[in-house]
Design a protein around this ligand. Structure first.
Ligand code: SAM
Length: 230
């Protein structure tokens, strides 16, 4: 067992099991995830009782935090000194590729709040973009993603998955390190904007990290659907 990096401590994490180098990019906590956690707290994004799914969760820091806090408005002080069961947490589903799931399950188990999960414990499930999304419903309130825009070959697949999950009006929060070498900007400009309304809600110049809020644009989505099925 190891304590998570110092940056995670303000978010009340207890510990993280380390699964080593064979997990590749899924092993560390990425800056974009911490930016998203801070954004939720600063903006008091309401997560209580919401149905939330996280994609490409890696260590699960974002999803576990959402499930623990319910409303991120409650500070860590509150977290330590109040009975958590007063606050129903987000109903959380945390997903990634199959190889990352043992780490995610271990991190979920290692971070159970002292008073137990405010809602059901987070579900940890495999979801490979563009392949598995039809096994998931479309009735989410929120879809959370941190640093998952870095493989250009997956961009169309990721949009496909997001469009399915957001069919019934879910809002997506996507935190991205804007790497030129991964053409991250093109994901937003060329791929996502063909079906979603995309709004940049926060930019950190120093760390070159953007947070976007997106909703499926029914008109654009229908057009795209007709175009691809013609
Ligand atoms: C850079 S890491 C970010 C992890 C975590 N969200 C964070 O910010 O700390 C990218 C994550 O996306 C996952 N991933 C990559 N390709 C994927 C795919 N095709 N389907 C689902 N997840 C994928 C990886 O396993 C990894 O956990």
């Amino acid at each position: 067992l190891v304590i998570l990096p110092r940056e995670c401590a303000p978010f009340g994490f207890q510990k993280c099991l380390l699964f080593g180098a064979n997990l590749g990019v899924a092993a560390p906590v990425w800056e974009a995830a911490l930016h998203l956690c801070r954004y939720f707290e600063d903006q008091s994004v309401e997560l209580r009782g919401r149905r939330v799914i996280e994609l490409g969760a890696g260590t699960g820091v974002v999803g576990i935090l959402a499930a623990r806090l319910g409303s991120l408005k409650s500070s860590i002080f509150h977290l330590r000194h109040m009975t958590l069961c007063c606050l129903p947490g987000a109903e959380m589903t945390i997903t990634d590729l199959p190889l990352a799931l043992p780490q995610l399950r271990a991190n979920v188990s290692a971070n159970v709040p002292p008073a137990g999960w405010p809602s059901a414990p987070p579900a940890v499930l495999p979801l490979c973009w563009g392949e598995d999304h039809l096994a998931f419903p479309s009735d989410w309130d929120l879809v959370l993603c941190a640093d998952i825009v870095y493989l250009p070959e997956t961009y169309p697949l990721l949009v496909e998955t997001l469009a399915h999950l957001c069919k019934n009006g879910a809002v997506v929060y996507l935190s991205s390190k804007m790497r030129r070498e991964h053409r991250t900007q093109s994901f937003y400009k060329e791929h996502l904007q063909s079906r979603f309304d995309v709004e940049l809600v926060l930019r950190d110049d120093k760390q070159n990290n953007n947070i976007y809020r997106e909703e499926l644009n029914k008109r654009l989505d229908r057009k795209q659907f007709l175009f691809t099925t013609e």
